[in-house]
Design a protein around this ligand. Sequence first.
Ligand SMILES: [Zn+2]
Length: 247
Amino acid sequence: MAIVGCLTAAAAGLVIGPVLRLLVVRLAVPSGEPWRRACPACDSPLRPARAALPVLSPAGRCIACQTRLGPPPLSVEVTAVVLLGLLAARVQPGLVLTAVCWLAVCVIPLAYIDAATHRLPDLLTGPAYAGTAAFLLAAAATGESWPRLGRGLLGGIAFAAFCLVLFLISPSGMGPGDVKLAASLGTALAWLGWGALIAGALAGFLLAACYGVTLLVRGRADRKTQVPFGPFMIAGTFLVLVIAGVG
Ligand SMILES: [Zn+2]
């Protein structure tokens, strides 16, 4: 039964992967620019003429001119398949699984967008929080415990407040997008427990620090180089959710 759930979730990742890639291509634009509507190379629209027509090939190339757009081929798709499959194996019951899968589907493109442009658009951080909170509310209303929901919501606020303080102290290290992202990641982590929230947050900071040090050692960065924090917060959160499991 568990294996069926994992395969179903992984299959959902396979279907949704190309949609997430298109989201990354459209939203990964420099600050102040409008969302990308057309292929930057050939100007053909990034919106299918008919619903069934793809605008990007499975290898992530523009169907019209074959220019590769967005992250490396299959990276977004494989991330979606692996993460949704792992979550299905480790998270119960169904509505809590739906909440964390919703969160994953929103934050996978955010990680790639932040890595490319140092931005975390509200267009995704907003739904990430609203959907996660709504599904956890539904889980609490249908038999899961209300205190867990209360702890989850409080945890989300606490993580966001912590990141807000860091942002106010050092605006170059963290952005307002990170604060909004922390609200949804913190909610999912604190549903699991306060220990999970601390572990997830710590894992994110450690991963970011390791990455920063690696860049420094290799001479690819100096002390002023900005490291996008979103991908590491997301990785830390899902590392803890998958390793600890929810249920
Ligand atoms: Zn093109």
